[in-house]
Design a protein around this ligand. Structure first.
Ligand code: ASP
Length: 340
């Protein structure tokens, strides 16, 4: 019989209504799962639940819990066919972006999911998401951290939450789904990432620690003073959320000089577009080229979540700033589309 380990970190899926609002309650998820007869169907694997203490709203997620999830998977790696990680939707895309960097040699499916409505509610989307995640984790060899929500499983480090209310709350604007879960489950192996590490029964883990990084969204009328406060040490890296294919107000001398001073000082400035879809191309316009010329590095089509995870990973494992800058636009774990 197939075996799946289900790690419950919290999130709406296992929450209970209380006078203060929806809250995670220990043991509630397992209680709700016992009421789901489909989980004892013969097509279903044996499921072992690991519940975190405390179970949390994912707004309280930390990088320590990212590493805890990876550590729990590594510890049980040979005992299960696959893993399901239950997680709140609010920060699921951040965790799904971080885990591939922590587990670059992953060769088994890790399927993250959650729901917009708690399992205990009549119209909950959690039951379908949970069953589909378990079936995928048990039956398919997918060397990826996936984010399954509704009818698609996306690569985790390409996914982003796009709706606070729709049941298909996630999208992967720059990478096609790894699995389609409509009436039939269809996997697309040609879209799976290439695992560079040799297959092993060990799952080595990389370091991931909080870092002094920030994001700054450009907008007409932004304050130079606010930006200069952001660009102060201890800042190590800034994700500059630019217009279109990576453009900024490069004719604003004060702005350009502030960015230049930061890059000269060793702050890594990464160009990510504000657009949901598309890739940064700093050579397309003069105002993008000028950012490149003052040392801004292209984040290509990284989501903001993946850019944050990647910078945290790079600063946790490298001390050479030139090396970090060089790795930003390079594909490491499927997080971006490399330059052709
Ligand atoms: N606030 C919840 C969480 O992220 C939202 C959800 O799970 O849908 O934990």
């Amino acid at each position: 019989m197939k075996r799946v380990c289900l790690i419950n970190t919290g999130g709406t899926i296992g929450m209970k209504p209380t006078p203060e609002g929806l809250k995670p309650v220990p043991g509630f998820l397992a209680e709700q799962m016992r009421l789901m007869q489909e989980l004892s169907d013969e097509q279903m694997p044996q499921i072992e639940i690991v519940e975190y203490q405390p179970v949390i709203d994912s707004a309280n997620m930390t990088t320590a819990t990212w590493s805890q999830i990876a550590g729990d998977i590594a510890q049980r790696y040979n005992d299960f066919d696959g893993f399901v990680v239950l997680h709140g939707t609010d920060t699921m895309a951040y965790t799904a972006s971080a885990l591939p960097f922590i587990m670059p040699g992953l060769a088994k499916p890790v399927v993250m999911t959650g729901s917009q409505l708690p399992l205990g509610q009549v119209r909950s989307d959690g039951r379908e998401n949970l069953k589909t995640a378990i079936i995928i984790a048990a039956n398919y060899v997918i060397p990826e951290v996936g984010l399954l929500f509704g009818e698609a499983m996306y690569r985790g480090c390409r996914a982003t939450k796009v709706s606070a209310s729709r049941l298909d709350a996630f999208d992967s604007p720059n990478a096609l789904p790894l699995v389609s879960a409509e009436t039939a489950i269809e996997i697309f192996p040609e879209r799976f990432r290439e695992v560079l590490q040799p297959a092993s029964d060990q799952l080595p883990l990389e370091k991931m620690a909080p870092q002094e990084i920030a994001t700054f969204r450009l907008f007409p009328g932004m304050s130079h003073e606010v930006l200069s406060n952001v660009l102060r040490r201890p800042l190590k890296a800034l994700i500059l959320e630019t217009y279109g294919v990576g453009n900024g107000p490069a004719h604003d001398h004060q702005f350009l000089e502030m960015i230049h001073a930061a890059t000269r000082d060793g702050i890594v400035v990464v160009n990510c577009t504000q657009c949901r879809h598309g890739c940064v191309l700093q050579s397309a316009y003069e105002v993008g080229r000028m950012l490149h010329d003052v040392g801004v590095v292209s984040g290509r089509d990284l989501t903001i979540e993946a850019a944050i995870a990647k910078l945290m990973y790079l600063f946790s494992n490298e001390s050479d700033i030139a090396m970090i800058r060089q790795k930003v636009p390079v594909n490491l774990v499927g997080e971006l589309t490399p330059e052709p």
